[in-house]
Design a protein around this ligand. Structure first.
Ligand code: SME
Length: 162
């Protein structure tokens, strides 16, 4: 199988890019059961398709989130339950879109370049198994479109969890 993503027209809207990307991610992970391999390729596919600063996963490990596969600058490795945007998503079990990270109380700044962020939970059997975190170097980069499509990508991951 070719793992080359289709080159997307630069004029594509965000919606069109996600619409194109989703089946490609589905194909990319369909024949592979290894979680790390799949999370790594999903991170790379999102980074390649969009101009995001940082894309990656934090996995629940006992009482912390631990850094998983990602693309972008070096990030903090562990986040406590309820801390930062990621820990809050874990606690609240719902997606959070942050227009301006400086205005989110307790935001954890892994990179000073990060200005806005969206974090989506992957929920298995009612529990958060991991979160998908996406950071942008621009303010107000994320909206309901990202929430919807990143949620669909997280559903694909959820379906792969045993
Ligand atoms: N900003 C996140 C921490 C992870 S980094 O952005 C990669 C947070 O507040 O949880």
């Amino acid at each position: 199988m070719s793992e080359q993503l289709t080159t997307l027209d630069i004029s594509s809207t965000k919606e069109e890019k996600y619409k194109n990307l989703l089946p490609q991610i589905e194909a990319l992970i369909s024949g592979e059961q290894d979680l790390v391999a799949n999370l790594a390729n999903i991170s790379a596919a999102l980074k390649q398709c969009f101009d995001f600063l940082w894309v990656g996963f934090y996995l629940v490990n006992e009482n912390e989130l631990v850094l998983g596969p990602f693309q972008g600058p070096i990030a903090c490795t562990r986040i406590a339950f309820g801390k930062g945007v990621c820990g809050t998503v874990w606690k609240e079990k719902k997606t959070i879109v942050v227009d301006d990270v400086d205005k989110f109380p307790g935001h954890i700044a892994c990179s000073s370049e990060s200005k806005s962020e969206v974090v989506v939970p992957v929920i298995k059997n009612g529990n958060v198994a991991m979160v998908l975190d996406v950071d942008s170097s621009q303010l107000v980069s994320f909206n309901h479109t990202d929430e919807f499509w990143l949620g669909k990508i997280c559903s694909l991951v959820e379906a792969k969890l045993s």
